[in-house]
Ligand binder design. Structure first.
Ligand code: GLC
Length: 457
């Protein structure tokens, strides 16, 4: 696993060590309470929407409270919507008056956010949508409206540069909403160069548009393809946990259903489902790209600036779990050393193998097959209890487990090995990989004594 890692620059190490980031979708759309795309999805009147946005004054927004909550919940970084597809800017942009700073609120929310999160020791990220539904030229594009397009493109570039100039060090940048433009039209390669000049250590995502020049020709000319195959430092699987094997990756996920900004009356995923997503990202991390495997978990704060209590409750539950079990998540090297699907997840860090148990069966013994590395100690991390164990060939028996699950979330057992944990062929190839004759051989040995082809032998 780790042997095949490509080296990532040291200044990006924070990203793979963090594993867990907070995505924040917040803007005037929260007033409607039906998702961040309500303007277009409900085909609202632009003028009315703009009036609402200009009058929006979220009096309870307290970035320090958000930051303290995020930190206590175990997030290591955050990414904040500076401008979503509605075009309303959450900072004091010199290029438009359509912003929180120049309208009713009179506040630069981006500044408040970056300062508060940085002060809590979290890394800061900015989300920026290419799309602006107010600008016809964005959709007409350079062919139909060359002049209009030119000014839209300058506007976009200027705003991105402004965000990377006026707010100190920015660690993470999340573009979105490329459709229907492509990278060549957007000039995203040139912009990326500028971004790196302004912020040499920044990590930029892959929603830079498809580029004929960089990605090769695609039948659709890249139209409709928001993700570049090659541009950008990290991939952004959305609503799914599918590793990007070309680069670092971060799966972005909602805590609710599919809308990203606050939706009144929404249903919430329980904490164990959210923790499942985090652990899944972490265990799929590692591998050739040297880490990836982050979860960017979303919250849509309410229109008045408060975090929804349903979110805080779940996030804090996970935060308390991470306080005890964080070493099985942060800075880990991916997982899935041997077969463990009948119990839950695995992650690794140096010589440790962590068993993250989804279902606690109340039995005193756990049997782990196919681990070849000698084991030195086994600890129930959840309680700190040292557990007795014995290795019989390539099977590890762990004893003395309590009847009751020691946590309402997932208990974790830490296995300290003599070396990096490794499995035999069965543990590596499992059911669906490798040479099937291995399984045929096994079936012959085990099956013949009772029934074969329905007949007793
Ligand atoms: C999608 C949505 C957008 C959301 C983003 C988050 O692209 O269009 O509203 O902000 O996902 O990744």
């Amino acid at each position: 696993m780790t042997d095949t890692k490509q080296k990532i620059p040291d200044y990006w190490q924070w990203f793979t060590d963090s594993r867990y980031g907070l995505f924040i979708h917040w803007g005037p759309y929260a007033v409607y309470g039906r998702g961040e795309q309500v303007l277009f999805r409900e085909h609202l009147d632009h003028q009315e929407y703009a009036e609402m946005a200009c009058n929006w004054n979220p009096e309870h927004f307290d970035a320090r409270l958000w930051a303290r909550t995020a930190k206590a919940a175990g997030f290591k970084y955050a990414c904040f919507t500076t401008r979503h597809h509605d075009g309303f800017c959450m900072w004091d942009s010199a290029y438009t008056d359509y912003s929180s700073a120049r309208q009713a609120a009179g506040r630069d929310f981006v500044r408040e956010y970056v300062e508060a999160f940085r002060a809590e020791g979290l890394r800061v990220g900015l989300y920026y949508s290419w799309i602006d539904w107010r600008l016809p030229a964005y959709f007409d594009g350079p062919q139909k409206d060359p002049q209009g397009w030119e000014s839209v493109r300058n506007y976009l570039h200027n705003q991105v540069k402004e965000l990377l100039t006026n707010y100190g060090r920015i660690d993470h940048f999340f573009f979105d909403g490329v459709w229907p433009r492509n990278a060549d039209e957007l000039g995203s390669v040139e912009l990326l160069e500028e971004m790196r000049r302004l912020q040499p250590h920044i990590l930029v995502n892959n929603r830079l548009g498809y580029s004929e020049q960089h990605d090769g020709f695609r039948a659709d000319g890249g139209v409709g393809a928001g993700d570049s195959d090659t541009l950008g430092d990290f991939g952004t699987p959305e609503h799914v946990i599918v590793p990007d094997d070309r680069r670092l990756w971060e799966s972005c996920q909602v805590t609710t259903w599919r809308l990203w900004s606050h939706s009144i009356g929404e249903r919430w995923r329980p904490a164990d489902v959210l923790l499942d997503m985090l652990v899944d990202c972490v265990q799929k991390g590692g591998g050739p790209t040297g880490g990836g495997g982050n979860l960017l978990l979303n919250v849509g704060p309410m229109a008045d600036g408060q975090l929804p209590p349903e979110f805080v409750e779940r996030a804090m539950q996970i935060g308390r779990w991470l306080e005890v079990h964080g070493e099985a998540v942060y800075g880990t090297d991916g997982g899935s050393v041997t077969e463990f699907i009948t119990r839950g997840w695995q992650t690794t860090r140096e010589n440790h193998l962590y068993l993250i148990i989804r279902f606690w069966d109340g039995r005193p013994q756990l049997r782990l097959a196919d681990l070849v590395t000698p084991v030195e100690a086994v600890t129930l991390l959840t309680t700190g209890q040292e557990l007795s164990f014995r290795q019989d060939g390539e099977v590890l028996y762990i004893d003395g487990l309590p009847v009751e699950s020691p946590t309402s979330l997932f208990p974790v057992i830490r296995i300290t090995c003599k070396d990096r944990p490794a499995a035999n062929q069965w543990g590596r190839e499992r059911l669906w990989e490798g040479d099937p004759s291995r399984i045929a051989q096994w079936a012959k040995v085990r099956g013949n004594s009772v029934y074969a082809n329905g007949e007793e032998r």
